[in-house]
Design a protein around this ligand. Sequence first.
Ligand SMILES: NC(=O)c1ccc[n+]([C@@H]2O[C@H](COP(=O)([O-])OP(=O)(O)OC[C@H]3O[C@@H](n4cnc5c(N)ncnc54)[C@H](O)[C@@H]3O)[C@@H](O)[C@H]2O)c1
Ligand SMILES: [Zn+2]
Length: 478
Amino acid sequence: MTDSSPGQNPTFKEWAEWKRSWRKNNQRTPRCQCPGHSHTYSQAPGLSPSGKTTDYAFEMAVSNIRYGAGVTKEVGMDLQNMGAKNVCLMTDKNLSQLPPVKTVMDSLVKNGINFKLYDSVRVEPTDRSFMEAVEFAKKGAFDAYVAVGGGSTMDTCKAANLYASSPHSDFLDYVNAPIGKGKPVTVPLRPLIAVPTTSGTGSETTGVAIFDYEHLKVKTGIASRAIKPTLGLIDPLHTLHMPERVVANSGFDVLCHALESYTALPYHMRSPCPSNPITRPAYQGSNPISDIWAVHALQIVAKYLKRAVRNPDDLEARSNMHLASAFAGIGFGNAGVHLCHGMSYPISGLVKKYKAKDYKVDHPLVPHGLSVVLTSPAVFTFTAQMSPERHLEMAEILGADTRTARIPDAGPILADTLRKFLFDLDVDDGLAAIGYSKADIPALVKGTLPQERVTKLAPRPQSEEDLSVLFEASMKLY
Ligand SMILES: NC(=O)c1ccc[n+]([C@@H]2O[C@H](COP(=O)([O-])OP(=O)(O)OC[C@H]3O[C@@H](n4cnc5c(N)ncnc54)[C@H](O)[C@@H]3O)[C@@H](O)[C@H]2O)c1
Ligand SMILES: [Zn+2]
């Protein structure tokens, strides 16, 4: 092993040693040892591949969070403390019959809070279902909002709050470019308390609201720090009601949030550099603070997800997954996600007949977590060459033995580890098993192209041809 080369076919350990010594001898500026700078690729400082100036800063934005078994009963007092007099309570039809919503209502009544219930949230919302909720919010002239449910409910409530607070805006004004205009939010919003009942989206921590844009049959969203909830009440007791597949699929969302945010393009390689901080995107690229949340969330997924799926009474496992969802949310809410999410939006948007087990809805649906995880083995095989050490680290956390791993094997090792994980949790065997065939690939690629907000955060740029290959490789997993 010399200082000028890691050798012909180094193991990961040999390579890491060589890299450490190379860094020691070659770095000019004071060295930062933080994980955010451990990516293996380098570019001239401040210049992106296209010659535009790259960003030099990142910002962490997160909702206030309160965690505890039974903490939901405090919601009425919180609203009272805020001086709320006329509250909008949002949920979906299924949850409106279940204890989480009843607990919230009891607390509102007990504390004398006047509220109106909106229980027509669509599971996997659309622009139309967002607009229906917005109309309800506009008519109600509410001074605070409470969302009780999974990502579908929390996101719908964020949109209702935004457009009711900005009544003259067109719907597309705040929707991410290039589908919408991606205007910055400058209006003040009403307080929103989010009570998550799934363990997946982390939406209680993020300024993101996702919906299916029916006209294009792809998902897109609104992303602005201004729409993040004021407070997230994370109450693990709600997770005891979740059916098995909802636990599994929302857990896969946590898994992919962690994997994608940790392997995303570093924030200092993202361009353009904003001329005003208000235009710095919520999804900024991997950064040393998000990295910590991503790694920690993944460790919890590795330890508890299988237990949480298999045993509805395992409060320890389900509580930990509920926290992991928020941890990963803090990470990806600031770093962003990339290809699994970018490719998932047409996978769920173009759904044909697939009916997801345990989802009590009357329409075909590919649950979000399932739509992201099915491409994960192919995606990380593709991206591994840009930061093999990060990919191996993730594989190791998920249980792979990486001691004798070789650098070119980083992608396949992570992919195999993921496949095994998914097989153990009875995940459908790839896109073919949820109704897609080779003939659908052009439409799936077309639906991914407008998802630049996330696909550009992939560490490796991708052509249409690359996307086709990734979809094809995801048709069958095992
Ligand atoms: N805003 C963000 O940052 C973000 C991040 C990831 C995903 N999302 C979006 O969130 C949505 C998915 O949300 P989700 O996975 O949390 O699920 P969900 O809100 O779509 O709910 C899924 C199903 O589970 C049921 N359910 C939820 N909690 C339950 C409980 N405790 N007991 C019994 N049933 C329960 C619901 O009634 C529904 O039928 C997608 O639209 C996705 O795009 C948003
Ligand atoms: Zn997600």
